[in-house]
Design a protein around this ligand. Structure first.
Ligand code: MG
Length: 454
């Protein structure tokens, strides 16, 4: 595991330089030393109007895949030379579509606008295409939104978490991923992560749907579908998951928090029966128990079991959380920040969750860029109702492309204290790892070839 910590990309001096303020005294003059100004007899805050007005000079997409997964980052340059922001717009399965959306539609929309008005920019881009709520454009918007928060942090000389209210905790508690071909192998990998300091571990046997448990895929013999299509035996899966939990509890004890992702692949009644069997192993959460098409089953699911649920990975719009939160349908916000539209809507969902005892659990696998991971960590640090953060091991190649990547240590993510999101990109290095269109072929079938909805 790489726990290398890199120097902050933006230190105080570079920000002063970027603001055109060569000395610390000049900086203090802007933020702390100006007496209250009076305009028309109304006292104004001391810093009102004191930041130089900046506009967006350019917007572009940067696609890169240093760790295999397609990543897309938005770079927003401002009218201040050298001052720019980065945001994660990753939709790994349709990365080239997001790149086209950013490069073809965002410059015309953004250039010349005030970099400070994030909410206005978010609202206006969200409806500027009239049709909305879909991935691709939401990913593009997320990249723009995060980049504007990055710029605002740099302008304020503060990490973004400070702009969100400051720290509620010293670091971001994470979960790791333990997999294996057998329950025993899964338990062994859980113990390895416990030894590294993780208190939370997600357990899967053979990825999603337990591919090792699947019976003979007759559709392949029949020449139906493609040879590379995956297959799943739902009955084998729902029987195997409780056995996996039992084995891990026996071997690893009761204190480690165990998570599991069903990836929306199980029929609702099977899910209810499986969750009831899991109660005695007290999972921390069961993730995405139903497909978006089966959300009406949540009431029965909730009434049938005490297992906590994380939900929302396939939600597109922040409004989708509202009624389910109000009904106490699930316990954790499982949301891809770089898909739902960025920090701005994620903060609204997170704050709403505080009132309904729903905590955060942002989606943070390898198909989120280090910029996106940082954005999630800044929110995690700031909100009260933080749950747990998905972690990923960053390769040396990835860290080389993204200096300032959050550091994973003893089961916690740490962001650096640089202003903004704290992550930069080496564009020359990024260009060495071009994105491709091969990641969109995720097809899962039943034995007879029927498509399983994730
Ligand atoms: Mg998931």
């Amino acid at each position: 595991m790489n726990i290398k910590r890199l120097s902050p990309t933006y230190d105080r001096r570079s920000v002063l330089k970027a603001l055109g303020l060569g000395t610390a005294s000049g900086f203090l003059g802007v933020f702390g030393g100006i007496p209250s100004a009076r305009a028309g007899g109304i006292e104004k805050p001391s810093n009102t109007g004191s930041l130089p007005s900046l506009t967006i000079r350019s917007v572009k997409a940067i696609g890169t895949a240093p760790q295999g997964a397609n990543l897309v980052v938005v770079k927003v340059e401002t009218s201040e030379p050298g001052l720019y922001g980065l945001g994660c717009a990753t939709f790994t399965q349709r990365a080239e579509a997001v790149v086209a959306a950013i490069n073809n539609y965002m410059p015309d929309f953004c250039v010349g606008k005030d970099v400070d008005n994030i909410e206005d920019m978010w609202q206006s881009f969200f409806v500027s295409s009239y049709w909305r709520n879909g991935p691709v454009l939401n990913n593009a918007l997320s990249g723009l939104d995060q980049a504007l928060w990055d710029i605002k942090g740099k302008r304020a000389n503060m990490p973004v978490y400070q702009l969100l209210g400051g720290k509620s905790r010293f670091a971001v508690d994470c979960y790791a991923h333990a997999d294996g071909k057998s329950p025993e192998e899964v338990a062994g990998n859980v113990q390895k992560y416990m030894d590294l300091g993780f208190q939370y571990v997600r357990i899967q046997q053979g990825g999603y749907g337990s591919l090792y448990l699947a019976q003979k895929p007759d559709f392949k013999d029949a020449g139906f579908g493609r040879p590379t299509d995956d297959f799943m035996d739902e009955n084998a899966y729902v029987q195997a998951v409780p056995k996996m939990f039992k084995e891990v509890r026996i071997r690893c004890g009761e204190t480690v928090e165990l998570l599991h992702d069903t990836h929306e692949r199980v029929q609702p009644m099977n899910m209810i029966n499986m969750c009831k069997r899991l109660e005695e192993y007290h999972p921390y959460w069961i993730e995405d128990p139903v497909t978006p098409e089966n959300m009406d089953w949540f009431k029965q699911l909730r009434a049938s079991t005490t297992v906590p649920f994380a939900m929302g990975e396939l939600f597109n719009n922040q409004n989708e959380f509202v009624s389910y939160m109000a009904d106490h349908s699930f316990d954790y916000i499982r949301c891809h920040l770089s898909q739902i539209g960025g920090i701005t809507p994620a903060m609204k969902v997170a704050r709403l969750g505080e009132f309904f005892n729903v905590k955060s659990g942002w989606h943070g696998p390898g198909d989120v860029s280090p910029v996106g991971h940082a954005a999630q960590c800044h929110i995690d640090l700031a909100i009260w109702n933080f749950g747990v953060q998905e972690s990923v091991e960053f390769s040396d190649k990835l860290i080389e492309v993204f200096p300032g990547t959050p550091v994973l240590k003893n089961g916690y993510f740490y962001v650096n204290e640089a202003p903004g999101l704290g992550v930069d990109i080496d564009e020359k290095m990024a260009a060495k790892y071009p994105i491709n269109n091969k990641a969109g072929r995720w097809t899962i079938r039943k034995r007879d070839g029927t498509i399983i909805r994730p």
